[in-house]
Design a protein around this ligand. Structure first.
Ligand SMILES: Cc1ncc(C[n+]2csc(CCOP(=O)(O)OP(=O)(O)O)c2C)c(N)n1
Length: 366
Protein backbone atom coordinates (compact mmCIF):
# COMPACT_ATOMS: atom_id res chain seq x y z
CA UNK A 1 0.00 0.00 0.00
CA UNK A 2 1.28 3.46 -0.84
CA UNK A 3 1.17 6.40 1.54
CA UNK A 4 1.66 10.04 0.68
CA UNK A 5 4.08 12.55 2.09
CA UNK A 6 3.05 16.08 1.18
CA UNK A 7 6.02 17.87 2.72
CA UNK A 8 8.68 16.55 0.42
CA UNK A 9 7.72 18.52 -2.63
CA UNK A 10 6.36 21.96 -3.37
CA UNK A 11 3.64 21.33 -5.91
CA UNK A 12 2.82 17.66 -5.84
CA UNK A 13 2.56 14.72 -3.55
CA UNK A 14 5.16 12.05 -3.21
CA UNK A 15 4.02 8.46 -2.91
CA UNK A 16 6.09 6.69 -0.30
CA UNK A 17 6.73 3.07 -1.15
CA UNK A 18 6.39 0.34 1.43
CA UNK A 19 8.00 -2.21 -0.87
CA UNK A 20 10.91 -3.95 0.78
CA UNK A 21 13.54 -3.85 -1.93
CA UNK A 22 17.28 -3.93 -1.85
CA UNK A 23 18.08 -0.85 -3.91
CA UNK A 24 20.33 -1.77 -6.81
CA UNK A 25 18.90 -0.05 -9.84
CA UNK A 26 16.33 2.50 -10.85
CA UNK A 27 14.30 1.54 -13.90
CA UNK A 28 12.19 3.51 -16.35
CA UNK A 29 10.88 1.57 -19.33
CA UNK A 30 13.38 -1.08 -20.38
CA UNK A 31 16.50 0.70 -19.16
CA UNK A 32 18.14 0.93 -15.77
CA UNK A 33 20.79 2.91 -13.92
CA UNK A 34 22.61 1.92 -10.77
CA UNK A 35 21.22 3.63 -7.68
CA UNK A 36 24.64 5.18 -7.12
CA UNK A 37 24.68 6.87 -10.53
CA UNK A 38 21.00 7.79 -10.25
CA UNK A 39 21.65 9.60 -6.95
CA UNK A 40 24.57 11.46 -8.51
CA UNK A 41 22.29 12.58 -11.33
CA UNK A 42 19.54 13.54 -8.90
CA UNK A 43 21.91 15.61 -6.79
CA UNK A 44 23.20 17.48 -9.84
CA UNK A 45 19.63 18.04 -11.05
CA UNK A 46 18.53 19.64 -7.80
CA UNK A 47 21.73 21.74 -7.64
CA UNK A 48 20.90 23.02 -11.11
CA UNK A 49 17.29 23.74 -10.14
CA UNK A 50 18.43 25.57 -6.99
CA UNK A 51 20.78 27.68 -9.09
CA UNK A 52 18.06 28.55 -11.60
CA UNK A 53 15.43 29.37 -8.97
CA UNK A 54 17.86 31.65 -7.16
CA UNK A 55 18.82 33.25 -10.48
CA UNK A 56 15.16 34.00 -11.27
CA UNK A 57 14.80 35.64 -7.86
CA UNK A 58 17.86 37.77 -8.57
CA UNK A 59 16.31 39.00 -11.80
CA UNK A 60 13.13 39.92 -9.92
CA UNK A 61 14.90 41.62 -7.01
CA UNK A 62 17.13 43.86 -9.09
CA UNK A 63 20.35 42.01 -8.22
CA UNK A 64 20.41 41.02 -11.89
CA UNK A 65 18.71 42.62 -14.85
CA UNK A 66 17.95 39.62 -17.04
CA UNK A 67 17.41 35.90 -16.58
CA UNK A 68 17.37 33.08 -19.06
CA UNK A 69 17.97 29.45 -18.18
CA UNK A 70 16.86 25.86 -18.36
CA UNK A 71 14.46 24.75 -15.60
CA UNK A 72 12.88 21.64 -17.10
CA UNK A 73 16.05 20.57 -18.93
CA UNK A 74 18.00 19.36 -15.88
CA UNK A 75 17.65 15.63 -16.48
CA UNK A 76 19.08 15.64 -19.97
CA UNK A 77 21.66 18.34 -19.29
CA UNK A 78 23.15 16.66 -16.25
CA UNK A 79 23.41 13.34 -18.13
CA UNK A 80 25.24 15.15 -20.90
CA UNK A 81 27.59 17.13 -18.67
CA UNK A 82 28.70 14.03 -16.78
CA UNK A 83 29.60 12.19 -19.99
CA UNK A 84 31.68 14.92 -21.61
CA UNK A 85 35.33 14.09 -22.25
CA UNK A 86 36.56 17.22 -20.49
CA UNK A 87 39.82 18.96 -21.31
CA UNK A 88 41.60 21.40 -23.56
CA UNK A 89 42.52 20.82 -27.20
CA UNK A 90 41.34 18.48 -29.97
CA UNK A 91 41.81 15.24 -28.02
CA UNK A 92 38.89 16.34 -25.84
CA UNK A 93 35.26 17.26 -26.56
CA UNK A 94 34.39 20.74 -27.79
CA UNK A 95 31.14 22.27 -26.56
CA UNK A 96 29.14 24.74 -28.64
CA UNK A 97 26.31 25.49 -26.25
CA UNK A 98 23.29 27.76 -26.17
CA UNK A 99 22.04 29.98 -23.38
CA UNK A 100 20.20 27.36 -21.27
CA UNK A 101 23.13 25.13 -20.42
CA UNK A 102 23.78 25.61 -16.69
CA UNK A 103 23.00 21.95 -15.96
CA UNK A 104 25.67 20.77 -18.39
CA UNK A 105 28.39 23.09 -17.16
CA UNK A 106 27.56 22.67 -13.47
CA UNK A 107 27.75 18.88 -13.88
CA UNK A 108 31.16 19.35 -15.53
CA UNK A 109 32.36 21.06 -12.37
CA UNK A 110 31.72 24.79 -12.73
CA UNK A 111 31.53 26.42 -9.28
CA UNK A 112 28.01 27.84 -8.80
CA UNK A 113 29.42 31.23 -7.91
CA UNK A 114 30.79 31.72 -11.43
CA UNK A 115 27.28 31.50 -12.88
CA UNK A 116 26.06 34.11 -10.41
CA UNK A 117 29.07 36.34 -11.08
CA UNK A 118 28.03 36.63 -14.72
CA UNK A 119 24.39 37.13 -13.74
CA UNK A 120 25.35 39.89 -11.28
CA UNK A 121 27.77 41.35 -13.87
CA UNK A 122 30.78 41.46 -11.58
CA UNK A 123 34.36 42.12 -12.65
CA UNK A 124 35.16 38.63 -11.35
CA UNK A 125 32.86 36.93 -13.89
CA UNK A 126 35.39 34.54 -15.47
CA UNK A 127 33.48 34.24 -18.76
CA UNK A 128 32.99 37.87 -19.79
CA UNK A 129 34.05 40.15 -16.89
CA UNK A 130 30.44 41.19 -16.34
CA UNK A 131 29.79 42.07 -19.98
CA UNK A 132 27.58 39.26 -21.24
CA UNK A 133 24.17 37.76 -20.48
CA UNK A 134 23.91 35.00 -17.92
CA UNK A 135 24.72 31.49 -19.14
CA UNK A 136 27.08 32.81 -21.81
CA UNK A 137 29.98 30.65 -20.76
CA UNK A 138 33.47 30.68 -22.25
CA UNK A 139 35.87 28.19 -20.69
CA UNK A 140 39.02 27.54 -22.74
CA UNK A 141 40.30 24.89 -20.31
CA UNK A 142 37.22 22.74 -21.07
CA UNK A 143 36.88 23.59 -24.80
CA UNK A 144 33.65 25.51 -24.09
CA UNK A 145 33.60 28.08 -26.86
CA UNK A 146 31.85 31.40 -26.11
CA UNK A 147 28.06 31.09 -26.07
CA UNK A 148 26.30 33.39 -28.52
CA UNK A 149 22.99 35.20 -27.99
CA UNK A 150 22.43 35.02 -31.73
CA UNK A 151 20.71 31.71 -31.95
CA UNK A 152 22.11 28.74 -33.85
CA UNK A 153 25.43 30.21 -35.04
CA UNK A 154 27.08 27.52 -32.94
CA UNK A 155 25.77 24.93 -35.42
CA UNK A 156 27.81 26.49 -38.22
CA UNK A 157 30.93 26.47 -36.02
CA UNK A 158 30.82 22.90 -34.72
CA UNK A 159 31.95 21.24 -37.99
CA UNK A 160 35.10 23.40 -37.76
CA UNK A 161 36.26 21.99 -34.43
CA UNK A 162 35.12 18.50 -35.48
CA UNK A 163 37.26 18.78 -38.61
CA UNK A 164 40.31 19.53 -36.48
CA UNK A 165 39.41 16.64 -34.17
CA UNK A 166 39.07 14.19 -37.03
CA UNK A 167 42.47 15.15 -38.38
CA UNK A 168 43.99 15.02 -34.91
CA UNK A 169 42.75 11.50 -34.14
CA UNK A 170 41.52 10.21 -30.79
CA UNK A 171 37.98 10.20 -29.43
CA UNK A 172 37.21 13.91 -28.99
CA UNK A 173 33.91 15.03 -30.52
CA UNK A 174 32.17 18.36 -31.06
CA UNK A 175 28.91 18.67 -29.16
CA UNK A 176 26.55 21.38 -30.33
CA UNK A 177 23.21 22.23 -28.79
CA UNK A 178 20.28 24.55 -29.37
CA UNK A 179 16.51 24.79 -29.26
CA UNK A 180 13.76 23.57 -31.58
CA UNK A 181 12.96 26.97 -33.10
CA UNK A 182 16.61 27.45 -33.98
CA UNK A 183 16.47 24.45 -36.30
CA UNK A 184 14.63 26.70 -38.78
CA UNK A 185 17.84 28.73 -39.17
CA UNK A 186 20.18 27.98 -42.08
CA UNK A 187 23.03 27.36 -39.64
CA UNK A 188 21.35 24.14 -38.53
CA UNK A 189 21.20 22.90 -42.11
CA UNK A 190 24.84 23.95 -42.58
CA UNK A 191 25.80 21.69 -39.71
CA UNK A 192 23.89 18.72 -41.12
CA UNK A 193 25.41 19.28 -44.54
CA UNK A 194 29.03 19.82 -43.50
CA UNK A 195 29.00 16.97 -41.01
CA UNK A 196 27.83 14.42 -43.55
CA UNK A 197 29.86 15.05 -46.70
CA UNK A 198 30.63 11.60 -48.13
CA UNK A 199 34.17 10.65 -47.23
CA UNK A 200 34.46 13.69 -44.96
CA UNK A 201 31.98 12.81 -42.23
CA UNK A 202 32.66 14.59 -38.95
CA UNK A 203 32.30 13.61 -35.27
CA UNK A 204 29.57 16.13 -34.44
CA UNK A 205 26.93 15.34 -31.84
CA UNK A 206 24.02 17.66 -32.67
CA UNK A 207 21.54 18.13 -29.87
CA UNK A 208 18.13 19.73 -30.18
CA UNK A 209 16.49 20.57 -26.86
CA UNK A 210 12.87 20.53 -27.96
CA UNK A 211 10.85 22.47 -25.38
CA UNK A 212 8.10 23.01 -27.97
CA UNK A 213 8.46 26.79 -27.92
CA UNK A 214 10.39 29.54 -29.66
CA UNK A 215 9.74 32.40 -27.21
CA UNK A 216 5.93 32.60 -27.73
CA UNK A 217 5.63 30.62 -30.97
CA UNK A 218 4.51 26.99 -30.57
CA UNK A 219 6.80 24.58 -32.45
CA UNK A 220 3.76 22.78 -33.84
CA UNK A 221 2.83 25.91 -35.81
CA UNK A 222 6.17 26.17 -37.61
CA UNK A 223 7.40 22.59 -38.08
CA UNK A 224 5.80 20.21 -40.59
CA UNK A 225 8.13 17.32 -39.73
CA UNK A 226 6.86 14.85 -37.16
CA UNK A 227 10.11 14.69 -35.23
CA UNK A 228 12.99 17.13 -35.45
CA UNK A 229 15.39 14.20 -35.43
CA UNK A 230 13.95 13.26 -38.86
CA UNK A 231 15.84 16.23 -40.28
CA UNK A 232 18.89 13.95 -40.22
CA UNK A 233 17.35 11.40 -42.59
CA UNK A 234 18.10 12.98 -46.00
CA UNK A 235 21.74 13.36 -44.98
CA UNK A 236 22.11 9.74 -43.94
CA UNK A 237 22.86 10.91 -40.40
CA UNK A 238 21.85 8.62 -37.55
CA UNK A 239 19.36 10.11 -35.14
CA UNK A 240 17.15 9.47 -32.16
CA UNK A 241 14.45 11.24 -30.16
CA UNK A 242 14.54 10.71 -26.41
CA UNK A 243 12.35 11.73 -23.48
CA UNK A 244 14.64 14.40 -22.02
CA UNK A 245 12.57 14.45 -18.82
CA UNK A 246 13.73 10.91 -18.09
CA UNK A 247 17.35 10.77 -16.90
CA UNK A 248 17.56 7.00 -17.28
CA UNK A 249 16.55 7.13 -20.96
CA UNK A 250 18.63 10.28 -21.52
CA UNK A 251 21.77 8.79 -19.99
CA UNK A 252 21.64 5.78 -22.31
CA UNK A 253 20.67 7.78 -25.42
CA UNK A 254 23.62 10.15 -24.86
CA UNK A 255 25.93 7.23 -24.19
CA UNK A 256 24.88 5.53 -27.46
CA UNK A 257 25.19 8.73 -29.49
CA UNK A 258 28.56 9.67 -28.00
CA UNK A 259 29.98 6.22 -28.48
CA UNK A 260 28.95 6.28 -32.13
CA UNK A 261 30.50 9.73 -32.77
CA UNK A 262 33.69 8.89 -30.87
CA UNK A 263 34.37 5.55 -32.55
CA UNK A 264 32.89 5.97 -36.03
CA UNK A 265 33.98 9.65 -36.37
CA UNK A 266 30.56 10.42 -37.83
CA UNK A 267 27.70 12.75 -36.87
CA UNK A 268 24.60 11.98 -34.83
CA UNK A 269 21.45 14.05 -34.22
CA UNK A 270 19.81 13.62 -30.83
CA UNK A 271 16.51 15.33 -30.06
CA UNK A 272 15.52 15.63 -26.39
CA UNK A 273 11.89 16.33 -25.57
CA UNK A 274 11.98 18.60 -22.52
CA UNK A 275 9.76 20.95 -20.54
CA UNK A 276 9.95 24.72 -20.25
CA UNK A 277 9.01 25.29 -16.65
CA UNK A 278 9.52 29.05 -16.39
CA UNK A 279 8.69 30.85 -19.60
CA UNK A 280 11.29 31.94 -22.13
CA UNK A 281 13.17 34.48 -19.99
CA UNK A 282 12.65 37.23 -17.42
CA UNK A 283 11.45 39.40 -20.31
CA UNK A 284 8.26 37.33 -20.37
CA UNK A 285 8.05 37.21 -16.58
CA UNK A 286 9.65 33.78 -16.02
CA UNK A 287 6.48 32.62 -14.29
CA UNK A 288 6.28 28.96 -13.24
CA UNK A 289 4.37 26.87 -15.73
CA UNK A 290 2.65 24.09 -13.78
CA UNK A 291 1.20 22.43 -16.87
CA UNK A 292 4.32 20.58 -17.98
CA UNK A 293 6.02 17.52 -16.50
CA UNK A 294 8.84 18.25 -14.06
CA UNK A 295 11.81 15.90 -14.48
CA UNK A 296 12.84 16.33 -10.85
CA UNK A 297 9.49 15.29 -9.38
CA UNK A 298 9.29 12.33 -11.77
CA UNK A 299 12.80 11.13 -10.93
CA UNK A 300 12.23 11.56 -7.22
CA UNK A 301 9.27 9.22 -7.45
CA UNK A 302 11.25 6.67 -9.49
CA UNK A 303 14.03 6.74 -6.87
CA UNK A 304 11.58 6.40 -3.99
CA UNK A 305 9.86 3.49 -5.75
CA UNK A 306 13.25 1.82 -6.22
CA UNK A 307 14.04 2.24 -2.52
CA UNK A 308 16.97 4.58 -3.19
CA UNK A 309 15.55 7.73 -1.61
CA UNK A 310 13.06 8.78 1.03
CA UNK A 311 11.31 12.03 1.89
CA UNK A 312 13.76 12.97 4.63
CA UNK A 313 16.80 12.53 2.40
CA UNK A 314 15.09 14.50 -0.37
CA UNK A 315 14.47 17.38 2.03
CA UNK A 316 18.09 17.28 3.20
CA UNK A 317 19.55 17.21 -0.30
CA UNK A 318 17.32 20.07 -1.45
CA UNK A 319 18.22 22.18 1.58
CA UNK A 320 21.90 21.55 0.88
CA UNK A 321 21.51 22.65 -2.76
CA UNK A 322 19.60 25.77 -1.75
CA UNK A 323 22.22 26.68 0.87
CA UNK A 324 24.95 26.28 -1.75
CA UNK A 325 23.12 28.61 -4.15
CA UNK A 326 22.36 31.17 -1.43
CA UNK A 327 26.00 31.27 -0.28
CA UNK A 328 27.20 31.63 -3.88
CA UNK A 329 24.87 34.59 -4.41
CA UNK A 330 26.05 36.29 -1.21
CA UNK A 331 29.64 35.97 -2.41
CA UNK A 332 28.98 37.06 -6.01
CA UNK A 333 26.95 40.10 -5.04
CA UNK A 334 29.65 41.25 -2.63
CA UNK A 335 32.25 41.45 -5.38
CA UNK A 336 33.34 44.48 -7.42
CA UNK A 337 31.68 45.54 -10.65
CA UNK A 338 33.71 46.51 -13.71
CA UNK A 339 34.72 50.19 -13.86
CA UNK A 340 34.70 52.58 -16.81
CA UNK A 341 38.45 51.97 -17.16
CA UNK A 342 37.73 48.32 -17.99
CA UNK A 343 35.61 49.09 -21.04
CA UNK A 344 38.28 48.37 -23.61
CA UNK A 345 39.93 45.48 -21.79
CA UNK A 346 39.72 42.14 -23.61
CA UNK A 347 37.96 43.65 -26.61
CA UNK A 348 40.88 43.35 -29.03
CA UNK A 349 43.51 40.67 -29.32
CA UNK A 350 46.70 41.83 -31.03
CA UNK A 351 48.00 39.65 -33.82
CA UNK A 352 51.08 39.40 -36.03
CA UNK A 353 49.24 41.38 -38.72
CA UNK A 354 49.37 44.53 -36.53
CA UNK A 355 53.12 44.91 -37.00
CA UNK A 356 52.76 44.91 -40.78
CA UNK A 357 49.67 47.09 -41.16
CA UNK A 358 49.71 49.36 -38.16
CA UNK A 359 46.23 50.47 -37.14
CA UNK A 360 44.75 48.51 -40.05
CA UNK A 361 43.03 45.41 -38.81
CA UNK A 362 41.66 44.30 -42.15
CA UNK A 363 44.94 42.68 -43.07
CA UNK A 364 44.48 43.93 -46.67
CA UNK A 365 47.28 45.78 -48.49
CA UNK A 366 46.93 49.59 -48.45
C1 LIG B 1 19.34 34.86 -35.21
C2 LIG B 1 18.40 35.20 -34.09
N1 LIG B 1 17.09 35.37 -34.36
C3 LIG B 1 16.24 35.65 -33.36
C4 LIG B 1 16.68 35.77 -32.08
C5 LIG B 1 15.71 36.09 -30.94
N2 LIG B 1 15.51 34.87 -30.17
C6 LIG B 1 16.15 34.67 -29.01
S1 LIG B 1 15.75 33.23 -28.32
C7 LIG B 1 14.68 32.86 -29.54
C8 LIG B 1 13.88 31.59 -29.51
C9 LIG B 1 14.70 30.40 -29.67
O1 LIG B 1 13.89 29.27 -29.49
P1 LIG B 1 14.53 27.84 -29.50
O2 LIG B 1 15.58 27.75 -30.55
O3 LIG B 1 13.43 26.86 -29.55
O4 LIG B 1 15.29 27.76 -28.12
P2 LIG B 1 14.70 27.98 -26.64
O5 LIG B 1 14.92 29.41 -26.31
O6 LIG B 1 13.26 27.59 -26.66
O7 LIG B 1 15.52 27.09 -25.79
C10 LIG B 1 14.67 33.85 -30.50
C11 LIG B 1 13.82 33.82 -31.72
C12 LIG B 1 18.06 35.60 -31.84
N3 LIG B 1 18.57 35.69 -30.61
N4 LIG B 1 18.90 35.29 -32.85
Amino acid sequence: MLETDEDASDSRTLRRTTRKVVPHVVRTGRETLSIELALTLYRQMIRTRALEERAIKMSKSGEAYFWIGGPGEEAFQVCLGLQVLKGRGPAFDFLHLHYRSAGIVLAMGMPMVDHFRQLAMTATDPFSMGRNFVGHYAIPAWNIVPVSSVIQVQFAMAPGTAHVQKRHGGEGISIVGGGDAGTAEGDFETCLNWSARPGNELPVLMIVMNNHWGISTPAASVHGEKRLSDRALPYGIRSETVDGNDPVASWHAIDRAMRYCRRERRPFLLEALVSRLHGHSSSSGAQRNLGEPDCIGLFEQALVDAGGLDAERIRGMKAEAKDEADAAVVLATSEAKPTANDVERHTFSPSAVDAIYRNDYTGLPK
